[in-house]
Design a protein around this ligand. Sequence first.
Ligand SMILES: Cc1cc2nc3c(=O)[nH]c(=O)nc-3n(C[C@H](O)[C@H](O)[C@H](O)COP(=O)(O)OP(=O)(O)OC[C@H]3O[C@@H](n4cnc5c(N)ncnc54)[C@H](O)[C@@H]3O)c2cc1C
Ligand code: FES
Ligand code: FES
Length: 508
Amino acid sequence: MEPGLTVNGRTRDLGDVGGHVTLLDWLRSTGLTGSKEGCAEGECGACAVLVNRPDADDRSRWTALNACLVPAASFDGQEVITAEGFGTPETLHPVQKEMADRGGSQCGYCTPGFICSIAGEYYRPDRTPIAQADQGAGAEPSRDATAAGRPDTNGQGDSANAIDHEHGPNGFDLHALSGNLCRCTGYRPIRDAAYALGVPDEGDPLWARREQRSPAPFATKITSTYGAFVRPLQVSEALDLLANNPGAQLLAGSTDWGVELNLRHARAALTIAVDRLDALRGLEIGDSVIEIGAALTLSEIERGLAGRVPILAELFPQFASRLIRNGATLGGNLGTGSPIGDAAPALLALDASVILASRSGEREVALADYFTGYRQTRKRPDELIKSIRVPRPIAPISAFHKIAKRRFDDISSVAIAFALRLADGTVEQVRIGLGGVAALPLRAFATEDALTGQPWTQQTVREAADVLGAEGTPLSDHRASAAYRAATLRTSLLKFFAANAPSALQEV
Ligand SMILES: Cc1cc2nc3c(=O)[nH]c(=O)nc-3n(C[C@H](O)[C@H](O)[C@H](O)COP(=O)(O)OP(=O)(O)OC[C@H]3O[C@@H](n4cnc5c(N)ncnc54)[C@H](O)[C@@H]3O)c2cc1C
Ligand code: FES
Ligand code: FES
């Protein structure tokens, strides 16, 4: 069968698109020009589309993604909705109608992307109107439960009805829009539109679609002038391909690789998609370890862990945007070997290890030993990351501090993760992971030594903060100076102590 996908309910041939053609470029080449290119690097969301992805209980979930980052070839056999696929000018979709009624669009460049991100949240299965949630678990679900979010008549705007700064009374999580930029309307009318949405009608076909499975991944092989794209269905097949082609480009969420493609014009002779391999998509929560599949997206991990690993629960909302987290994986974050990836410091503090798989078997490498230099790791070219193993019990006191220029959708200047266990007011065990202060992610071993066995007091912490400030070999670059990075290390430990001082802990 020729490679193809379903867009807005209509099947279209993919043709011989190589791994370098993004879904956005391909969509626009078919005449579907609603999706726009603003930045081509995942920052603006003008390209956002909805993709039908697997969800629990054999259901599916409409997931918003940046079409500018992902190869079209990876959607062989899949279902995609673009802004053109919602309503018609005569019968607007509820998301379009609220945006139009509330003045959520001016020049319109960002609007198709906003429509898709808002629709992803509109159809989120567990989006629960606050009024309904307040009535308790036994309350009858109401399709009209968002009346609290209807146009305000008191002149204070819908924000007067909002539950907090980031959630609407209809349960709308504003973080769903953290990857969408608008440069002329202003965000208030867009937020008002989002907070005014009700629950989808029973007859809404996109709502009903979620009751069925998402399309299974297709075994895909497309060859073009610029190289081949292959989606194996078995991990053994992927490992054979990797063994025979050690220079091949592995592809998961493509949120890093997509930037390489677009901005640095990288081309791979062979791209191997591993994002839908079952063997890389498990989440096992055992008594002694939690094993996280390398190809689960961050959004999937966040849902699956449901706060069981507090340090990750703190990290996820600070990682890029919802659009990026819907595609990005831990395998990809560790696969780049980047010294400023956010997962490494958190996983170092958790004492995690990676499971590396090759045709000759599997091996476990402690993350503390995994990074060997700037973007260098112990992973061999014939290996892929299969999973990340986090030992239990998880340290009871932890924090993830991300220092970046913006609160959301920004890369860390410095990232620091703490995991602490106290016994009778003394530091029994502490692990500190650092990113952005050396050519590779680090454990702050000297600081850990300075703290371990000492009383958890301000004096101990002040002395240890000086040690932490001297860990790493920070550089000055466009994000931060070396001196600033060193200073943030120091103050980060002081902040961690302030939040977890003995008096505060006793209160807990
Ligand atoms: C706008 C934007 C914001 C971002 N913000 C952040 C941020 O806040 N924090 C942060 O840490 N990162 C951030 N990133 C970087 C990126 O999103 C992450 O590194 C992400 O985790 C990469 O995962 P992926 O699945 O998309 O990787 P991909 O792009 O698919 O792959 C990245 C690399 O990892 C390799 N790889 C992928 N899977 C595996 C595997 N299973 N085994 C071995 N190698 C593998 C690939 O071969 C490739 O070289 C951002 C990126 C963008 C575009
Ligand atoms: S074009 Fe800006 S995020 Fe895709
Ligand atoms: S309406 Fe112009 S950029 Fe948003």
